[in-house]
Design a protein around this ligand. Structure first.
Ligand code: PLP
Length: 392
């Protein structure tokens, strides 16, 4: 048998490696706590589950949906964007459902990039910013995110021959894995940059609803001119604990929305109507729920930061996202520190370079584990690592 080479062209999926390590430890009977994966531990709100359950009993939902999505979902999405962000969207032409943000990140590349085109992708970054363009046959030019530039790409540093070839730019704020929020004026600069170089700008908004300390993450589409250059991918996964449901939206520039829909009309048949009805309940009736979840993550964030400080590790509290992006102690690489934490504390954390080479020197810790697991992880890290870190 011979298979397509495109799968060999992307790095192995980051979490596959981590999951193998966890499985190996567990096989040895060791109880491992994973702070590696951003998958909310708490359930979806009951009202959303009830809406899905009753929709399941309605035979209308058993038939093919459409890739456009039903009017009810698109109208609920428009009303949500208006109220939450003050962004006006035409439900008929500027909103389309997606089967999760990940699917949208990947497939939008296929709708926008030809072989030998170039995509500008932030790194460290979500792995589909690589696989989407690579599966489209395009090249990727990485934009390093550094602490010095507030984890926003230095757009002025991109060489002219690169911007000349580039067709797509991904951005993601609040950011995974760095937990950074968009710096003041940065979306404005990005809109101007995209306009100047005729780029399609795709803003991956997976985390706007997970915010702390009074911070309210904006939509990229709040930026004047944003809708002329791009789209935003909005996901229900993190705000409403719906990672398993695969509910997201692509909103903004009507032609990009339509091209994405056209591509998907060839690949899937749209979002299950029962899930559309559940999404309507999330967007329309459960607008306060993400704030309650954010409060849970804020409490966990503070607990973790305090414990890390007790062993001499200083982490900047993120203003959004359920992630801590922690600089590793002196003398360690991301890999050696992650291994130390795994070996000594049986706690799994993500080494930064798994998200891109500029992640070296950092690890990511996720707050999406039950309080009791987080408390236990903290106890283990404190007791088993205190000596080695304090010495280092
Ligand atoms: C930056 C980023 N974008 C998109 C997603 C995709 O989320 P989903 O496919 O569940 O909507 C994630 C999930 O972790 C993410 O971290």
């Amino acid at each position: 048998m011979r298979f397509a080479r495109r799968l060999d062209a992307v790095p192995p999926y980051l979490f596959a490696d981590l999951e193998r390590k966890i499985t190996e430890k567990r096989r040895q009977g060791i109880e491992v706590i994973s702070l590696a994966i951003g998958d909310p531990d708490l359930p979806t709100p009951g009202t959303i589950v009830d809406a899905a359950a009753s929709a399941l009993r309605d035979p209308v939902t058993h038939r093919y949906p459409t890739n456009h999505g039903g009017d009810e979902l698109r109208e609920a999405a428009a009303a949500f964007y208006e109220e939450r962000f003050g962004v006006n969207l035409d439900p008929a032409t500027e909103i389309v459902p997606a089967l999760g943000g990940k699917e949208a990140v990947g497939h939008i590349a296929m709708a926008c990039l030809d072989p030998s085109d170039l995509c500008l992708s932030p790194e460290p970054g979500y792995p589909p910013y690589t696989s989407g363009p690579v599966f489209s046959g395009a090249d990727v030019h990485y934009l390093p995110l550094s602490e010095e530039h507030e984890f926003f790409p230095d757009l002025d540093a991109i060489p002219d021959e690169i911007t000349g070839r580039a067709n797509l730019l991904y951005l993601n704020y609040p950011n995974n894995p760095t937990g950074a929020v968009v710096p003041e004026g940065a979306f404005e600069r990005a809109v101007a940059f995209a306009g100047q170089h005729d780029l399609i700008l795709v803003h991956d908004n997976a985390y706007s609803e997970v915010c702390f300390d009074g911070y309210r993450a904006p939509s990229f589409l709040e930026t004047p001119g944003a809708k002329d250059v791009g789209v935003e991918i909005f996901s229900l996964s993190k705000g409403w604990n719906m990672t398993g449901w695969r509910c997201a939206l692509v909103v903004g520039h009507p032609e990009i929305v339509e091209r994405f829909r056209q591509l998907k009309a060839n690949l899937d048949s749209g979002m299950f109507l029962a899930l559309q009805r559940a999404s309507v309940v999330a967007l329309r009736d459960e607008r306060e729920f993400p704030a309650q979840m954010s409060e849970v993550y804020r409490r966990r964030r503070d607990l973790l930061i305090e414990a890390l400080a007790a062993i001499g590790l200083v982490a900047e509290p993120p203003r959004a996202t359920p992630y801590l992006w922690l600089r590793v102690p002196g003398g360690h690489s991301s890999a050696s520190f992650s291994s130390l934490v795994l070996e000594r504390a049986n706690v799994v954390i993500s080494p930064g370079p798994g998200y891109g080479k500029s992640g070296e020197g950092f690890v990511r810790l996720s707050l999406t584990v039950p309080d009791s697991d987080l408390e236990e992880a903290v106890r283990r890290i404190e007791s088993s690592l205190r000596a080695s870190i304090m010495q280092g």
